[in-house]
Structure formats: C-alpha cells, structure tokens
Design a protein around this ligand. Structure first.
Ligand code: T3D
Length: 257
C-alpha cells in the first residue's frame, strides 16, 4: 500500500499519481521509493502497456521537498541513491511513459517529466527549471534530456535563467507532445494513453531501447541495432497481425505479444 502516490490500473494502462497535493506533490524519499516500486510493477506486469505519471491537485510536481532536507544531507549521494535509479528505471522500461502535466512542474518535478517518453501539458500548467533559484544545478537526468529535447542553447537558457514557461511555449520548443484544454484534460490524456496501449507494445519497447542509442552511436552501429530490433519485432504476434490486417483490409488488433 502506497502513502505518497496512488497506483491504479485500468485496461492496459497504469496510473502513477503523485499524491502530496498540499505541497504541489514535492518529492520525499518515500515518494521516490514508491514511484520506483510502481515502475517495477509496471515492468513486470504484461497487462500494463502504457504508463501515465501525473499529479493530484493543482500541481504536477514541485521538485524536491525543500522542507525535508536536513543540513547534513550529501546531495550527490542522495541523487545516486534515490533519484538516479528511478530515472534509469524509466529509461530502461520498454513501455511508453506519459507525463500528464496537470499543473506546475518545477526542479526535479520537471526532470521527472523530461524522463517520460511523452509530455501532455494542460494549457494552464507551467514548467520551471527551478534549481538555479536555490543555487543548485539541474539533476535527475535534466541535463541529459533537456538539451536533447530543445537543443543546447535553449536548454542552457532554461537552466541558467530558470524562467517559468507556459504550456504553449513548451510545445513550441519541442518539450511537449501536445497541449490540452483544462475542460478536456482527463479525456484527452486517457485517449492518448489508450492509443499507445493499443499499439504493438513490444515494437514500442524496442524503439525506445534503440532510439536512445542513436545519440552515442555511429551509422554502422545503428544499422546493426535496427537489424537486431527488427529480428525481434519480426517474431511478434503483433507483426503477424499487422500484416494480416493489411492484407484483409481491416484494422489490426494488437495484443502486445
Ligand atoms: O540532490 C538532491 O536531492 C537535490 C535535489 C534537488 C532537486 C530539486 O528539485 S531542487 C528544486 C526544488 N524545487 C523548487 O525549488 C521549487 C519550489 N517551489 C516553487 O518555486 C513554487 O512553489 C512553484 C513555482 C512550484 C509553485 O508556485 P505557486 O505560487 O503556484 O505555489 P506555492 O504557494 O509556492 O506553493 C504551494 C505550497 O506548496 C506552499 O505551501 P504552503 O505555504 O501552502 O504551506 C509551498 O511552500 C509548497 N511547496 C511548493 N514547492 C515546494 C513546497 N514545499 C516544499 N518543497 C517544495 N519544493
């Protein structure tokens, strides 16, 4: 039973809801451990084909809970022990993860969103790389993902100036998959997650696994990775179903197997 998150499963979709709304879902040690544990559950559960991370109340996540930090904490060790394994779990999880950014995402809360595969942002939500305001540097994968998403110059600007950006600015700079009106928030998030959950899940996992290699690999290496991934995808039921459906002129029904 979780204390700081709500974990729910509905028809192929797992929801991880950060649940400290009075603090805009600021991270505590307990919350980090619980998110990590929920991600492992998702990895091991074949029924889960898409994961949504969102926040309860008016915030997505306001980053590290600043009131829970004692003076004696070594921040580097804290990151190594709690944040980094959670971010690495997200990267290696071969299922799509959606950040449903319902409200402000700040500091490591923004990092959490960046580590997701898709970001759906509510029209009135804001993002802020808040670390600089307290004399810290972006962490929890922020300095890895941000330049890859928006380019070096914009990433540096967001990290150094720490200005709030709106959902529409996030969309323009490549941070957001889509911006959704508050009135249609839940229905659009669910629709997007359902769409992913009904795609060939194993192929998505392989895309996620190998596409991230492209930043560190040359063409030859990527060609070999593609061949390996395709060999695996070609053995799936979903590949057979996709081809059959095409030949029979009907919509495919993918099982994720
Ligand atoms: O190695 C390591 O582990 C270091 C890791 C660091 C990772 C980090 O994440 S560093 C960055 C930490 N986060 C921040 O610096 C953001 C702090 N929060 C804010 O700047 C603002 O709250 C927001 C811009 C996020 C939202 O502003 P606003 O005006 O919408 O809300 P608010 O009134 O400031 O906040 C509402 C409540 O949440 C308030 O509590 P109260 O007064 O009603 O009792 C506020 O104190 C609380 N809250 C918000 N963020 C945090 C927080 N409490 C603790 N920690 C927070 N991060």
């Amino acid at each position: 039973m979780y204390q700081s998150i709500i974990f729910e499963k509905t028809e192929g979709i797992a929801w991880i809801k950060l649940n400290r709304p009075a603090k805009l879902n600021a991270f505590t040690l307990e919350m980090q451990k619980e998110i990590h544990s929920a991600l492992i559950k998702c990895k091991n559960d074949d029924e889960v084909r898409a994961i949504i991370i969102t926040g309860e109340g008016r915030g997505f996540c306001s980053g590290q809970d600043l009131s829970s930090f004692g003076k004696s904490v070594n921040l580097g060790n804290y990151l190594r022990e709690y944040y980094n394994p959670m971010i690495e779990e997200m990267a290696s999880l071969e299922k799509p993860i959606i950040a449903a950014i319902n409200g402000v995402a700040a500091g490591a809360g923004l990092s959490l969103a960046l580590a997701c595969d898709f970001r759906i942002i509510c029209e009135d939500a804001t993002l802020v790389n808040a670390f600089i305001h307290i004399g810290l540097v972006p962490d929890a994968g922020n300095m890895y993902y941000l330049p890859r998403l928006v380019g070096y110059a914009k990433a540096l600007e967001l990290a150094v100036l720490g200005e709030k950006i709106t959902a529409h600015e996030a969309l323009k700079s490549g941070l957001a998959t889509k911006v959704v009106a508050r009135d249609h928030w839940e229905e659009e998030v669910l629709q997007f997650a359902n769409r992913l959950a009904n795609l060939p899940t194993r192929a998505i996992g392989l895309i996620k696994k190998y596409m991230r290699e492209s930043f560190e690999s040359d063409l030859q290496t990527m060609l070999e990775y593609e061949a390996r991934a395709q060999a695996e995808a070609g053995e799936t039921d979903d590949h057979k179903e996709g081809v059959m459906a095409f030949l029979e002129k009907r919509s495919p029904k993918f099982s994720g197997k």
